[in-house]
Design a binder for this molecule. Sequence first.
Ligand code: S5P
Length: 234
Amino acid sequence: MNISNKIQSIILKKKSNICVSLDYTKSSQILNTVELLKGLIIMIKLHCDIIEDFSETFIKKLVSLCKDNDILILEDRKFADIGNTFKHQFTGGIFKINTWCDLITIHSIAGDGPIKEFAKIKSKEQGALIIAQMSNKNNLFTAEYTANTKKIAKENIGSVAGFICQEKLSSSTNLLSFVPGVNRHTSSDTSDQKYTTPECAMEKGADVLIIGRGIINSTNMLEECNIYKEIAWK
Ligand code: S5P
């Protein structure tokens, strides 16, 4: 099964389209939160390079927990370099991202080079989300850039599973829309993040909602995650 089909089958099975962004710096926080929310979410998003105690033992535990509970792992590395450098960043260093991720994020600023490299080295079930729009204020994305990014995605269906975006960008079931910057309580953070509501993101055609602090900073994560899940499923 390709990764787009797998995502859709998990969404239907768990009646959820929630990806929780686990922007924690300690591996135990990640494991504990996945354990708590495992029934309500279909995907977790990591920034592995902010985890202070990243280790092989941790990632093995996480992969096993996620596999057992139909949760996909998205590493939000936002690759943006030439193909050869991408290859080393994806497979090397201390993280060896290719050995544990289901999905990665890639910028299209360098053209299709990194995507083509990814197609060569990825496993059959791995996919990339290409960043076509961003949520934060003052970003440099333009309509033309987004259109060119859509073109790269269409030409690379199979390795590209969808977009990081703010609205539905394709009617193809092989190119899903993943929308970050979702929060039901606030419209911004103290930095540059801009939030939309879960209702608004769904109206704009999101297939998957990516929610970070809206859930992980809540005093009752389980209840809050369930509220997002129910709003989006409706
Ligand atoms: O446009 C974007 C793209 C991404 S991947 N805006 C984002 O905020 N993100 C990521 O989503 C960001 O890196 C962070 O990990 C998460 C949003 O977290 P929150 O706490 O603001 O919901």
